[in-house]
Design a protein around this ligand. Sequence first.
Ligand SMILES: N[C@@H](CCC(=O)N[C@@H](CS)C(=O)NCC(=O)O)C(=O)O
Length: 279
Amino acid sequence: MSAEQPSKRTRTSPTYTLIYHPGLPGRGEFTRLALEASGTPYTDLGGEATWGSGDKKTKEALTGQVYATVAPDSLGEGNSPPVYALPALRVENAGTGGGPLVISQTGNMLAYLGAKIGLAGEEDGPDKWHVSELALTALDWTNEAHDTHHPVNMMAYYEDQLEESKKRSKDFREARCPKFLGYFERVLKGNKEKRDGEGKYLVGGKLTYADTTLWQVIDGLLYAFPKELEARKKDYPLIFETFYPTIKEEKGIKEYLASERRIKYSNGIFRKYPELDRQ
Ligand SMILES: N[C@@H](CCC(=O)N[C@@H](CS)C(=O)NCC(=O)O)C(=O)O
């Protein structure tokens, strides 16, 4: 639900439902930011189980709905296949045969929503492919950020893979981050020099879901690797002096970030482990 209309949350029946783990921004945040930036009403199951006003029982029921989506015996809702991993997006009455459409994979969800909510660049033009590729590239970076604290075993404790995490983080900080940062700095520069991006936007002259996605990755890294990013900021002035602060102030985003709906970073993709940061 867009920040301007919180009182309407219960009176409207949003078409879109975001399904993601309660208590974490995680990979659900990329879809949240796109929906919030476009002022699109939506139901946030994991969000309402986190910050919602419902009592314990209501929150447990919401959490139950989230995990029913990825239940190991699920064959999927309506004619949609089962979901492998969260996040997922449910769109009422949009599936084959008229039932719900339930889609997963963050990049896929963003591509589906992008055109419908006006965040995929110029309508029906080639920009939408660049928006998609840039968002997917930022999501690749997210996967690498996740692997800094779980380089060996996704389901094992961080403490049990600490030494490998340190090695992985060193490479992530020293090689991978500069490569991704340098790439996105060039994208911003090219879009500034050749089009009307002004250093604020990755594709063309208006906000797209590539911007919101990259913004979230940078914000997550500022949280997880504050020393590393602080040391590197000066080398990427468009990213840190123009893009990041501009997107933060965009209509919809600014209100959302100040709201209770913005879930705090914790044990998700972006984690604060000072021993993995620059020493
Ligand atoms: N490529 C997928 C990755 C999804 C994913 O890894 N989700 C995590 C939470 S952020 C999860 O629940 N993973 C469980 C698993 O992979 O078994 C996407 O971008 O949506």
